[in-house]
Design a protein around this ligand. Sequence first.
Ligand code: NAD
Length: 332
Amino acid sequence: MKIDFFSAKKYDIDFFDIANKTTGFEINYHETHLGPHSVNMVNDADAICVFVNDKLTKAVIEQLAQKGVKIIALRCAGFNNVDLEAAKEFNISVCRVPAYSPQAVAEHAVAMLLTINRKTHKAYNRVREQNFSLNGLLGYNLFGKTVGVIGTGKIGKAFIKIMLGFSCKILAYDVFPDSELEKNGVTYVPLNKLFQESNIISLHCPLTKENHYLINKESINIMQHGITLINTSRGGLINTTDVIEALKSKQIGALCIDVYEQEETLFFKDLSLEIIDDDKIQRLISFPNVLLTSHQAFFTKEALEEIANVTINSISKIDQNVMPQKDSVMLT
Ligand code: NAD
């Protein structure tokens, strides 16, 4: 089994080399993204392994099929970057890692919320400069606040459990409500009611054609003035231009984002010496009430171990024609 592995970082290589010790697949690590510009690098591979910002359009998938690729292994949960219909058409199996560590992402969302609210990132720098003033560091109690959670799958549920620990009231919206959460005091409401009544909103649904720009001028305008908005899901759920306007008008009081709609040209790279040709991200970074991390919510030791083990195991099973469980790991 030969695998061409795209968007490879040192930490990926470390964890995959350990996971691959017993299987001994030949893995060719490429630092670049997979897309129309790089598909020619695939050479004699049976499988390719990709991450969130690799672009698997129909044209890319067609070329992979012509090169004899049989498996696309996504080492992530989301699959909005893959044309699954094309994969089916060209008879390529697509697998993913549906639940490597929902707690990793949920805990990062909470970490962002606590940081932006209590301004510990600013306090840390202040104290290092012997500035012990509290001016500008005022936060609010999470106790008793209403938190709206959109998407109550694995990550949304883990996030809700933490927020219930803060004694927050939880309003939720999901196309499939979860009865266990309802028993724990979570109230499912229509989306508009969630927008209107929440003090904090956290997004945990996948990006689909239907919910692209779910957070836009109209939805923001019916939210509470000064809302705290958290997105650790996918950048396309938020219309960045509308969010910037709402930050300027103070309708949005704080924004925490681990994902960004144009992230593929920026995230996971050190651009500290570059001129960034993306005015929207520069504007976002300029707000004192915006906390931006570069798709790191998943980034824990436990998650990386699980991602590597599940991916290697899935490729191995597909190779042996023993498919991993349908609807979770297998997408085609
Ligand atoms: P999941 O499949 O367990 O849960 C998703 C939930 O969203 C499901 O309950 C589903 O019914 C619901 N849903 C689907 N469409 C919806 C809609 N239009 N409105 C409301 N709810 C909807 O997925 P998960 O493991 O909880 O992951 C959620 C998302 O988190 C992923 O799709 C991915 O985009 C993102 N994610 C981000 C990171 C990161 O590092 N930032 C890591 C992993 C996953």
